[in-house]
Write a protein that binds this ligand. Structure first.
Ligand code: DSN
Length: 418
């Protein structure tokens, strides 16, 4: 973008925006929850809808002047329902954590039992982890992955559910590289009389593009952020059956939030339209194909992959067998132009702030047009960084220069750096 107004009125912020554009252009961005949005999504999100207050829902607002917001929000809702085959959609949650909290508020009383995936096994803070409000105000029991396979074991999930009788079961993950069997989760939920919430934030774009089975037919409520594989602005949505619509809407507003971020709603509407195109289906397929190819090359270089590979957009590796910690390796990679994040691995003996693992994914690099053949090049850099002795910054800088040269071939959606 050109940002003339910003450059004129606030050159300091303009300089940081320009520097971030260059950074995003020059790096191989592989944090699996990040992406590049289109120019259209950026423009809608940066629009005058940011000026407007709209507490309430279309036709029932607490402010006048909703002539444009009401049709905008209704359009976003209609597109969300159509894309995911949902009965009802709420596009107002500010982001994933408030969206999940709204579901707790809609379906539970304080101290009710919830059962989600443990954070160190790939779950999310809001799935009942102890430092989160969802672990503090509710009685939380947690399932994990099987130690030998690195996969969710539905027999273990069922046994825990039968023993603990949760009112809400949460399926979905932030660091799980395998397909999740939502139908099996619903069977367990039905057996114990629980509601099923599926948090599909990481895989929403894959679901929209047909590259991962959809949770929508199985879950009572589905939550998702809109800015990961779905390639929209930072925001969230809740999808549910008609029977839960009123409770979900009431929990979001007035239960948890004030006015919706209408500029975000505009960006979400644009992203949902983009996600309904054949080009997006191809994108979702390519994200998974790239992740599989990359996983194969990394395993070939001797990296230890949790669960042995991937079915989706992300890869989780235990890097300690290579004599590294996750943090040390992530920092070295970032210096070399490869942006990932350190992460716990299931059963990690190390602390979350300096864990054993590295998490990476292909959503952003696939948005730039990288294909399976490019994954061999990327994996070779991962290997070279792993082999670089601590302190050899010059060698990391040399890799960063190669990465900069390589990324020039792949334009970034929404960024006009050349
Ligand atoms: N923080 C997100 C992630 O990086 O996976 C999850 O919400």
């Amino acid at each position: 973008m050109h940002h003339e107004g910003l450059r004129e009125s606030d050159p300091e912020v303009a300089a940081l925006v320009a520097a971030e554009e260059r950074r995003e252009f020059e790096k191989i961005r592989m944090i699996p929850s990040e992406n590049y949005v289109s120019r259209a999504v950026l423009e809608a999100t940066g629009s005058v809808f940011t000026n407007k207050y709209s507490e309430g829902y279309a036709g029932k607002r607490y402010y006048e002047g909703q002539q444009c917001v009401d049709p905008l929000e209704e359009m976003a809702i209609a597109r969300a329902k159509s894309l995911f085959g949902a009965d009802h959609a709420n596009v107002q949650p500010y982001s994933g954590s408030p969206a999940n909290l709204a579901v707790y508020f809609a379906l539970l009383k304080p101290n009710d039992t919830v059962m989600g995936m443990a954070l160190p096994h790939g779950g999310h803070l809001t799935h009942g982890w102890n430092v989160s409000i969802t672990g503090a105000f509710f009685r939380s029991v947690q399932y994990g992955v099987d130690a030998a396979t690195g996969r969710i074991d539905m027999d273990q999930v069922r046994t825990l559910a039968l023993a603990e009788r949760p009112k809400l079961i949460i399926a979905g993950a932030t660091a799980y590289p395998r397909v999740i069997d939502f139908e099996a989760f619903r069977r367990v939920a039905d057996e114990v009389g629980a509601h099923l919430l599926v948090d599909m934030a990481h895989i929403a774009g894959l679901v929209a593009g047909g590259a991962h089975p959809s949770p929508v037919p199985h879950a009572h409520v589905v939550s998702t952020t809109t800015h990961k594989t779905l390639r929209g602005p930072r925001g969230a949505m809740l999808l549910c059956k008609e029977a839960m619509a009123k409770a979900v809407d009431k929990a979001v507003f007035p239960g948890l939030q004030g006015g919706p971020h209408n500029h975000t709603t505009a960006g979400i509407a644009v992203a949902l339209r983009e996600a309904a195109t054949p080009a997006f289906r191809e994108y979702a397929r390519q994200v998974v194909a790239n992740a599989r190819a990359l996983a194969g090359h990394l395993a070939g270089c001797g990296f230890k992959l949790v669960s042995g590979g991937t079915d989706n957009h992300l890869i989780l590796m235990d890097v300690t067998p290579r004599g590294l910690t996750g943090k040390q390796y992530a920092k070295a990679l970032d210096r070399a132009g490869l942006e990932c994040n350190y992460n716990t691995v299931p059963g990690d003996p190390r602390k979350p702030f300096d864990p054993s693992g590295l998490r990476m994914g292909t959503p952003a690099i696939t948005s730039r047009g990288m294909k399976e053949a490019d994954m061999a090049t990327v994996a070779a850099w991962f290997n070279r960084v792993a082999e670089t002795p601590a302190g050899a910054e010059d060698r990391l800088d040399a890799i960063a220069a190669e990465v900069r040269e390589f990324t020039r071939r792949f334009p970034c959606p929404g960024i006009a750096v050349g």
